[in-house]
Design a protein around this ligand. Sequence first.
Ligand code: MG
Ligand code: ZN
Length: 217
Amino acid sequence: MTTIAVEQRILNANDQIAAENRAALDAAGTLAINVMASPGAGKTSLILATAARLPADVRPAVIEGDLASRIDADTMTAAGIDVVQINTGGSCHLDAPMVRTALPELLAGRPDLLFIENVGNLICTAEFALGSHLNVVVASSPEGHDKPYKYPGMFAAADAVVLNKADVMAVFDFDVDFFQRGLAMVNAHAPLFVVSCRTGDGLDAWVAWLLAQRAQS
Ligand code: MG
Ligand code: ZN
């Protein structure tokens, strides 16, 4: 019981800071998207491909969450995108205090969209509110079509699901209908976008959805 009480207190502190992050984002007119996936599903690739398809008057910024390294942040910088790298030092998820440290620098530029690339992990990332407006889960065909069945909590928390690497689906005997049925079992509202960040297929529909979310916010 003691352990449960302590965890509860930590979560409440996180939620409090997440609410402060949300207020700062709203004051800057920035829509924040928490991008979650397993390692290697294509979070960085999706953010880059999305940024490249935004209208000229919609400016993106990125927070990169990784256990270690600046590899993804350097990729964003090379693409001309404002980025702050957060190294979690072993923690398997971002939390609201980590995101808070990155906001002053990024929100000074008043970006229209802030992509928060979470640590590659389908288990606990969705349990920690960051202050973001949207949760997006990226899956990919090499991971297999059973992901929504095995990680229901993650897919239940999604506002949208992007299924990447559609171009190699046949190689992995990926059953889209099975994947979609699993998603529908845990989440009745999240749209599914089947895309390939490598070929560009399907990305226009995803970007249109994202821009529509921004228009509604
Ligand atoms: Mg990445
Ligand atoms: Zn974690």
